[in-house]
Design a protein around this ligand. Structure first.
Ligand SMILES: Nc1ncnc2c1ncn2[C@@H]1O[C@H](COP(=O)(O)OP(=O)(O)O)[C@@H](O)[C@H]1O
Ligand SMILES: [Mg+2]
Length: 251
């Protein structure tokens, strides 16, 4: 246990999570706590179940057994209204950017506001909310562009702005730097860090980018064989003698 963590309370707690597809047991008793305002990096081989775990967290997949608690709400017990509230509290950055190609940047950013009018009322002031998040990602000038006019890195920034516009307390990033060149990846990682500081969010970052993990992780979990195989700071795991842990850091 890292000093200081005992006093913090988890915003997400996963206990004994299992998930299989047919005879393929993907998660086999996975445990995880995400503490307030920390950045937790999850690493694991391709196909180890990282995306499935995140999908269970946001209700895109159902788990077989185990408990998921988000901001003191047990996902198995929430009603539809509570689930809708959780959707605004937990932002999710998809693998890739998934912007709507036929909408301008402004329309892409307004879209989540329209779906969550309960939290944001009638969004007459949408433009100022849009401008505020565009400023946070450094792309105010892109407001009237179409996605096809954006570079890969800019798309990723707009996708992040779209997540931020709902003011989530938690942000889940699934492979945020995949498909980007090293310089653009570095920019995105720097941006994630500055967002964390500006908005005081708690984050889970799935990545196999070691540089990203080194830079951003307060704490890390390695997902191996369906469980939280190893946990610790980047340097603790980086210096581990365990062969399964070492395998992540070589190459
Ligand atoms: N809908 C599905 N049906 C069957 N198998 C699936 C499905 N979704 C994921 N899987 C399997 O679950 C495993 C974990 O997938 P995933 O969580 O996407 O891995 P990753 O760690 O690379 O994100 C993979 O072996 C994948 O083939
Ligand atoms: Mg994945």
């Amino acid at each position: 246990m890292i000093a200081g963590y005992m006093d913090k309370k988890p915003v997400i707690e996963i206990t004994g999570l299992t998930k299989s597809f047919g005879s393929h047991q993907v998660l086999n008793g996975f445990n995880m706590k995400l503490y307030e305002s920390e950045t937790l990096v999850i690493m694991g081989k391709s196909g180890s179940g990282k995306s499935i775990m995140i999908k269970c967290l946001i209700g895109l997949e159902t788990h077989d057994s185990g408990t998921i608690t988000i901001m003191n709400k047990n996902l198995d017990k929430v009603n539809e209204d509570e689930m809708m509230d959780l959707r605004t509290e937990v932002g999710f950055l998809f693998q890739g950017s998934a912007l709507y190609d036929s909408m301008t940047v402004r329309e892409n950013l307004e879209f989540p506001l329209r779906r969550h009018t309960k939290k944001f009322g009638n969004i007459e002031d949408a433009t100022s909310l849009v401008m505020e998040v565009l400023k946070s990602v450094g792309l105010e000038q892109a407001i009237d562009l179409m996605p096809e006019e954006l570079s890969g890195g800019m798309k990723r920034r707009i996708a992040l702005a779209r997540t931020l516009i709902l003011r989530p307390k938690i942000i889940l990033y699934d492979e945020p730097t995949t498909g980007l060149d090293p310089i653009t990846s570095k920019e995105i990682v720097l941006l994630m860090k500055s967002i964390q500081q500006e908005y005081k969010t708690s984050s889970i970052v799935i990545t196999h980018d070691v540089d990203c993990a080194r830079f951003i992780a307060d704490r890390m979990i390695l997902l191996v064989d369906g469980i939280n195989y190893a946990e610790g700071t980047f340097s603790e795991l980086f210096s581990s003698e365990d062969p399964k842990v070492k395998a992540f850091f070589k190459s």
